[in-house]
Design a protein around this ligand. Structure first.
Ligand code: SF4
Length: 449
C-alpha cells in the first residue's frame, strides 16, 4: 500500500531530501499511510521516520523538524467512497439523463464528512473506520440517520441487514466525537412514532450529538418506476413545525439550545416566516439549508441600512433578481422592499421554473443554465440580471455544465452576475458595468472585505 506524491514545494525539507512528484509514500513513523488524512495526522512532531520509494528505490528517511513544520509535499487527493445504500428517496436516481457523471455517484464517506460537511449514513463504516475517527479526531461527523427504527430504516434505505447505527453513534459519542445529524423526512414512512423514536434515541446519545435537522424529501419528475413517495405539502409542513416547536421547549431547557431544527423548506412550503436568528443558535447547519433564508434576510437588512446613507446610485437603475418558486415569497416580501429603499434602485423579481427536474422542484440550487436561458432569452434587458449564489457547483458551472460566461453570451451578452454576498458590489457593478471588478469567467461578484 502506498500513495503517490503529487507536488513538492521549493525551499522545503522535502525538496532538500530529494523527494520528487511521482515518488511513493509508504509509512510515517511505522504507520501505513492510506490517504491524505493519515498523512496530515502523522506530520506533526519533531522527529519523523518516513518510508517511501524515492525514484523507485525503497528508502527510509529520518527527519528532524519544528513540531508543526510541514514536510513540503502533497499526496494524491482522496477518492470518495460510495455509500452502498439504495434509499427509496435517493436524489441520484431522480436525475434526468445527460448530466455530469459526478451527479450519478452515490457518495458516502466519513472522511469527506469530516472535511467538507458531507452527510453520510455510516452504513459502510466498520469497526476499523470507527476506531480511526476516534484516534484521528475526525470531527465533526455529519450523519444522515433517517430512522433508528430498524423496520422503517430497512424499508427506507433498503438495507440487507441491520447496520447497527445506534451502536456506532453510541461509540462515537462515548469517545467525544462531535456529530451533526439529519433526517430526510418521507411522509408516511419515517414520520409519526418512528420519528419520535429517532429523535429520542439520538438526543439520548448526549451532548456529543450537537444538533439534529429535519429536511423534507425532494422529489423530481424523473422518478419513473421508482417507489411512490409523498411530497410535503402546506398542511403537513405546518403540523411538523408545530410538533418540532413543542419538542424544542424541552431541549432548550435541558441543553440551552433548540438542538432540533427544521430546514428552510418547511417554512417556505408552509408559507410561514422563518424563525428569528436566535432560533437557529448560531446556524450550526446553515450549509444544510437550515437558516439560510433568515441569515440572508438579516444580512441584507444590515447591509442595506448602511448603504442607504453611504451609497447613492449615479442614475435610476433597474435590477432583475432571478429566483425559484420556493424562495419567491420571502424574496418578494422581505428582500425586494429592502433593496428598494436604496435611492434610485428599482427591483424586478423573476421566478424561474425548473425545466430540467420539473416544476415540482422549486429550489434555486437545482436551476440549470438552460432554465435561466429559457426564462430570460426573450425578456427585457435591465441594468443587471443577478442570479442566486447556489446555482454553481464547486467547479463554477451550472448543473448542466453550462458556464456563467456561456450563459451570458446566449443571453446576448446582457449585464449579468452571480450574487456572492455583497449588495455594495452589486450597486457598484450596476454603476460601472464596464469595470473589471469580478472574475469575468465566473461572473461572480466578489465578497467585500
Ligand atoms: S445514502 Fe444518500 S447517496 Fe446513498 S442511496 Fe441513500 S440517499 Fe442515495
Amino acid at each position: 500500500m502506498s500513495i503517490r506524491i503529487t507536488t513538492v514545494e521549493s525551499g522545503t525539507i522535502a525538496e532538500e531530501l530529494g523527494i520528487k512528484p511521482g515518488d511513493e509514500l509508504l509509512t510515517m513513523n511505522g504507520e501505513p499511510i492510506h490517504d491524505e488524512l493519515d498523512f496530515k495526522f502523522y506530520t506533526p512532531g519533531e522527529t519523523l521516520e518516513v518510508e517511501l520509494y524515492l525514484s523507485g528505490a525503497h528508502t527510509i528517511l529520518e527527519i528532524e523538524k519544528e513540531h508543526d513544520e510541514e514536510i513540503g509535499f502533497a499526496v494524491q487527493p482522496m477518492k470518495m467512497t460510495a455509500c452502498g445504500n439504495d434509499c427509496v428517496f435517493c436524489f441520484v436516481d431522480q436525475n434526468p439523463q445527460g448530466l455530469r457523471k459526478a451527479l450519478y455517484f452515490r457518495d458516502g464517506d466519513y472522511r469527506f464528512s469530516h472535511l467538507y460537511g458531507n452527510f453520510n449514513t455510516m452504513t459502510n463504516v466498520g469497526p476499523k473506520s470507527l476506531e480511526r475517527i476516534v484516534r484521528q479526531r475526525l470531527m465533526p461527523q455529519y450523519v444522515s440517520v433517517h430512522s433508528t427504527d430498524l423496520e422503517v430504516r430497512t424499508k427506507l434505505m433498503r438495507l440487507r441487514k441491520d447496520d447497527h447505527i445506534l451502536d456506532k453513534l453510541h461509540y462515537l459519542a462515548e469517545n467525544d466525537i462531535w456529530m451533526h445529524t439529519q433526517i430526510v423526512l418521507c411522509p408516511g414512512i419515517n414520520d409519526g412514532a418512528s420519528l419520535a423514536k429517532t429523535i429520542d434515541d439520538i438526543y439520548g446519545l448526549g451532548p456529543a450529538v450537537q444538533t439534529m435537522a429535519i429536511v423534507p424529501v425532494g422529489l423530481t419528475s424523473h422518478r419513473g418506476t421508482l417507489t411512490e413517495l409523498k411530497q410535503v405539502d402546506k398542511a403537513y409542513a405546518r403540523k411538523m413545525i408545530e410538533y418540532i416547536f413543542d419538542l424544542q421547549k424541552k431541549f432548550r431547557k435541558e441543553r440551552g439550545m433548540n438542538w432540533l431544527y427544521l430546514s428552510d423548506e418547511w417554512f417556505l412550503v408552509a408559507e410561514m416566516e422563518t424563525p428569528p436568528e436566535e432560533w437557529y443558535d448560531g446556524f450550526p447547519q446553515l450549509e444544510n439549508g437550515v437558516g439560510m433564508v433568515r441569515d440572508f434576510i438579516e444580512e441584507t437588512r444590515r447591509e442595506v441600512a448602511s448603504l442607504k446613507t453611504s451609497r447613492r446610485l449615479d442614475a435610476p437603475r433597474r435590477l432583475t433578481l432571478a429566483t425559484a418558486t420556493l424562495a419567491s415569497g420571502f424574496m418578494r416580501r422581505d428582500i425586494v422592499p429592502l433593496l428598494e429603499t436604496i435611492p434610485n434602485l428599482e427591483v424586478d423579481l423573476e421566478v424561474v421554473v425548473n425545466k430540467l427536474y420539473g416544476p415540482d422542484v422549486t429550489v434555486t440550487g437545482l436551476l440549470s443554465g438552460q432554465c435561466f436561458e429559457n426564462h430570460f432569452h426573450s425578456r427585457a434587458v435591465t441594468d443587471l440580471l443577478l442570479l442566486p449564489p447556489n446555482v454553481l457547483n464547486e467547479d463554477d458551472v451550472f448543473l448542466d455544465d453550462e458556464t456563467p460566461l456561456g450563459l451570458k453570451r446566449k443571453l446576448n451578452d446582457r449585464p449579468m452576475a452571480i450574487f456572492h454576498g455583497s449588495w455594495e458590489e452589486v450597486l457598484h457593478y450596476i454603476d460601472h458595468p464596464e469595470a473589471e471588478m469580478f472574475d469575468a469567467k465566473k461572473m461572480k461578484l466578489p465578497v467585500m472585505n
